[in-house]
Design a protein around this ligand. Structure first.
Ligand SMILES: Cc1ncc(COP(=O)(O)O)c(C=O)c1O
Length: 506
């Protein structure tokens, strides 16, 4: 053997071919330390200084009167030629600091109330660093059993918190959209054996667009989707669902799934989960609950009461990167019967036979969802749950609900404003309705939101409820103070008055 494989032979091979590159995409120890100090300084400064920074660094929503040339400048600056040659890494980080990281809206800012805020925590940031540093592969037991074990444990905690039985399980995915897609693929498989012809699915018109997108991806044509108009409280009406299902059966359609909301994105409304669970059980329908935003409220006593029935769902979407204070991307799907995921997603290609020589306990998460190569998302939730304690999370979630109630109370006191939907698990909606005003009320409310964003002080967003544009405030950041809420409302009111001088006369 020694005689056959001689070093000289390797040398001859090299003389004809390329040698191993001298730069192997690695840094020296001192370069790594310098880079990590530079990067970590930026991150720590971000955490320390966040409150003093404008929420919106540059106008997020350019006003018609403002030039958007600054945005164009950014785009131009970004169009650099392919960097074939190396650049000093310190300069790259400086460039990021100067040109890029200041071009983001701080969704973790205490006065970011738009969409669904994403208050972050430093322990989870460090967890993500560890995950990338060790490049943990969380797809199979063979390669990442430690990761699989932590994922199983963390998913188990979420199942327990949601009140699901011991048979429950689930997995972490990129976010709520993927969790909804995974849930509906599972419902399709379990209830229909993937035969979607004439199969009908029910949800309220307040349901998140990711659900409709998921159904589209799964092949359901529009005429098999039943978007049911919500009731006055923005919830599914049991009577309407019941009528629709009965009607569909008479038409030869096959009802198979109801999608309920545990906190709509528009108003935080919670569908009648317990009644829906009874109904789905009686009608043999899959009950999926989209709690991407709101299911986290189950960690609080008030939330537990409001979410009664959640524990009876077949599947639940819950997004740790929303109200469990995690950095993007971590969504989660939990299902009542862990086996339903495996039945739906498990495929055994030849080259993965080594991987699939496992016992039931040795979970290959690649068999429970769409991703084979997947990151160790569980670590950040696991580490932060342990480091702060779940009780601290519960208090933080409770505080978010209290702040929305405070905002509702303040708007009720304020002339010319009306509360459109009461505070519901951290979301309140309202609108400015001056008595005398020549401009459209919808347009004024949009202007108010645009102007407060461009002032940098706070950011809120609009939505449309029953045909009217309203302003939405989502108050789930635990660093938000009562004073933040008060000052934001004062500013909204000042902007509103400045936009409608004629209303001042009234
Ligand atoms: C209720 C609800 N479902 C699903 C989603 C989609 O989640 P993601 O953006 O993480 O994909 C959202 C996002 O805001 C949501 O509020």
């Amino acid at each position: 053997m020694q005689k056959i494989l001689k070093v000289s032979k390797i040398r001859t091979f090299y003389s004809m071919n390329q040698k191993q590159p001298s730069k192997n995409l690695q840094l020296s120890q001192s370069e790594m330390r310098a880079l990590s100090n530079q990067v970590m300084d930026l991150v720590i400064e971000h955490f320390e200084d966040l409150r003093s920074l404008p929420v919106v660094q540059k106008p997020a929503i350019p006003l018609p009167t403002q030039s958007i040339s600054e945005g164009k400048e950014l785009l131009k600056r970004q169009r650099e030629p392919i960097p074939y040659l190396a650049t000093d890494i310190r300069c790259i980080v400086q460039q990021l600091e100067k040109d890029i990281l200041n071009q983001i809206v701080h969704t973790d800012h205490p006065r970011f109330f738009a969409f669904v805020p994403s208050p972050n925590n430093f322990v989870s940031v460090m967890a993500d660093t560890l995950v990338s540093g060790f490049n943990v592969f969380a797809g199979t037991w063979l390669v990442g059993k430690g990761a699989a074990e932590i994922e199983r444990e963390t998913i188990g905690w979420l199942c327990q918190l949601c009140g699901l039985p011991k048979t429950a399980g689930g997995l972490f995915v990129s976010g709520g959209s993927m969790a909804n897609l995974t849930a509906l693929a599972t419902a399709r498989h379990i209830k229909l054996n993937d035969q979607i012809d004439k199969a009908v699915v029910y949800f309220s018109d307040q349901t998140h667009s990711s659900v409709i997108r998921a159904l589209k991806i799964l092949g359901f044509p529009q005429h098999q989707l039943r978007s049911i108009p919500c009731d006055k409280d923005y919830r599914l009406s049991m009577k309407d669902v019941w009528n629709q299902v009965v009607y569909d059966r008479t038409q030869g359609n096959i009802p198979f799934c109801v999608i309920a909301n545990a906190g709509t994105t528009n108003t935080g409304a919670i569908d009648p989960l317990a009644d829906l669970a009874d109904f789905c059980q009686a009608e043999n329908l899959w009950l999926h609950v989209d709690g991407a935003f709101g299911a986290a409220a189950i960690l609080t006593d008030t939330g537990k009461k409001k979410l009664t029935g959640l524990e009876r769902a077949d599947s639940i979407t819950i997004d740790p990167h929303k109200w469990l204070f995690q950095p993007y991307e971590i969504g989660c799907l939990i299902v009542r019967e862990q086996g339903t995921l495996k039945d739906t997603f498990c495929i055994m290609p030849e080259y993965l036979h080594d991987v699939n020589q496992t016992t039931e306990e040795e979970i290959n998460y690649c068999n429970y969802g769409a991703q084979l190569t997947r990151s160790f998302r569980a670590l950040k939730l696991w580490m932060s749950f342990k480091a702060f304690g779940v009780d601290t999370f519960s208090e933080a979630i409770s505080w978010g609900m209290t702040l929305a109630e405070l905002a509702e109370h303040l708007f009720q006191e304020l002339p010319d404003w009306e509360v459109v939907s009461s505070a519901s698990i951290g979301i309140v909606t309202f609108r400015y309705v001056p008595t005398r005003c020549s401009t459209s009320i919808d347009a004024i409310n949009q202007q108010i939101v645009n102007q407060i964003a461009s002032s940098g002080f706070a950011m809120l967003s609009t939505t449309v409820l029953k045909g009217h544009k309203v302003i939405r405030m989502c108050t789930i950041n635990p660093s938000t103070t009562e004073e933040d809420i008060l000052q934001t409302i004062i500013q909204l009111n000042d902007i509103a008055k400045s936009l409608t001088p004629s209303a001042l006369v009234s």
